[in-house]
Design a protein around this ligand. Structure first.
Ligand code: NAP
Length: 297
């Protein structure tokens, strides 16, 4: 048996699996596009042929795939994780998916005498590479103990927030904070550009005060450089906001700022920009204003 299994080796999952391997855990991995496992195998990981095989090799399986339907596919689809789990196995889902659907998926796994923790993550691609993710966990608190060594290999803030599904709802809260802040950073840089300010000096002046944020410090410099490479794509952020708006709708809560950003991301997708980093939100404001932020080299 392996120590830990990992399904989904995208921007986040690949870096998380890499940290597990670097910590010395015997790690089995699977990815739909098999080549993304090659360098992890070179590092000492073991690639297997299906998510079911991951579960046959490891009692604890971490997942990090795109959307709700993708989690369902890798867990309950052909040769999915559920085909290989044993009584007592644990699935830890690090994907950002629907809180409501999470409760259903978790109950289906519980019916197989296995456990589910929804454990979405925050901290960007940098947090995944550095092993400093924030992990918000919903589910049976007793399952966290057995997973702590693996969670600590990928994250530095690990918080149990409630029962199955609560982790995903906290992630929705997280995404409201992220995108409304992203809009603020975008508007701020646009105004600075329009006013002819030195953008680097402006960032230095404000980042350490009450206006400082992770988004400003990490994505602000990238925006000034017009580097739109994704830590997190517009397509995935738009997906997250769809989930956030659905959750707010279910609960009858208006979230107008988030709804606005959702529509701006939709406009950027329609311009063919869905695979750019979500900090390219500023491009929607640029289209409205005719002002372009940053250097043009
Ligand atoms: P990504 O780079 O696009 O990777 C997506 C992964 O999911 C890939 O391994 C992909 O496989 C796999 N996948 C998608 N659909 C699948 C399916 N139907 N069956 C099997 N595998 C499937 O995305 P990411 O940025 O790593 O994000 C992954 C999750 O983490 C998302 O839920 C995202 O919202 C969340 N997240 C991301 C960030 C971030 O900053 N990037 C931060 C926090 C949370 P292939 O390689 O074959 O395409």
């Amino acid at each position: 048996m392996a120590d830990i299994g990992f399904v989904g080796l995208g921007i986040m999952g690949h870096a998380m699996a890499q940290n597990l391997i670097k910590e010395g855990f015997d790690t089995v991995v699977w990815n739909r596009t098999a080549s993304k496992a090659d360098d992890l195998v070179a590092l000492g990981g073991r690639a297997v042929a299906s998510p079911g095989d991951v579960a046959r090799e490891a009692d604890i399986v971490m997942l990090c795939v795109s959307d709700t339907a993708d989690v369902e596919a890798v867990v309950f689809g052909p040769n999915g994780v559920s085909s290989g789990i044993s009584p007592g196995s644990l699935i830890i889902d690090h994907s950002t998916i629907s809180p409501g659907a999470t409760k259903d998926l978790a109950l289906r796994v519980n019916e197989l005498d296995a456990f589910w923790l929804d454990a979405p993550i925050s901290g960007g691609s940098e947090g995944a590479v550095n092993g400093t993710l924030s992990i918000m966990i919903g589910g049976d608190v007793s399952q966290i103990d057995r997973s702590t060594p693996y969670l600590e290999a990928v994250g530095s803030t690990i918080t149990h927030v409630g029962p199955q599904g609560a982790g995903q709802l906290v992630k929705a809260v997280n995404q409201i904070l992220v995108v409304v802040n992203q809009l603020a950073v975008s508007e701020a840089l646009l105004l600075a550009q329009a006013g002819g300010l030195d953008l680097e000096a402006t960032l230095s002046a404000v980042a350490g005060g009450a206006a400082g944020s992770w988004m400003l410090s990490n994505r602000g410099p990238q925006m000034i450089e017009r580097d739109w490479s994704p830590g997190f794509t517009i397509d995935l952020q738009q997906k997250d906001l769809r989930l956030v708006l659905a959750a707010a709708n279910d609960l009858g809560v208006p979230i107008p700022g988030t709804a606005l950003v959702y529509q701006m991301y939709r406009a950027l997708q329609n311009q063919g920009l869905g695979e750019e980093g979500n900090h390219a939100l500023v491009k929607a404001l640029e289209m409205m204003s005719g002002v372009e932020v940053g250097s043009h080299d």
